[in-house]
Design a protein around this ligand. Structure first.
Ligand SMILES: [Zn+2]
Length: 75
């Protein structure tokens, strides 16, 4: 029990004094950029159906909430 209390206290203290250690902040920032990129673009290694023409494509883009192929995407 004493062993559990120690590490937990250390974690809480670290967060209070330094919420974002530099290494974590850097990786969090790059993953955030990837997430916003993937919200408009979806890559399916096994291919997926276009919501517009039904064709099987690996890369789809979000268009009016649907994932469509490059040909159906209104650019
Ligand atoms: Zn299509």
């Amino acid at each position: 029990m004493a062993d559990d209390a120690g590490p937990n206290d250390d974690t809480a203290a670290d967060r209070a004094t330094e919420p974002e250690p530099s290494a974590t902040a850097t990786s969090a920032r790059s993953s955030n950029a990837e997430n916003s990129f993937q919200s408009t673009y979806a890559w399916s290694p096994d291919e997926a159906s276009c919501a517009e023409c039904g064709g099987s494509v690996a890369a789809r883009w979000r268009d009016d909430g649907d994932l469509v192929c490059a040909a159906c995407k209104s650019w």
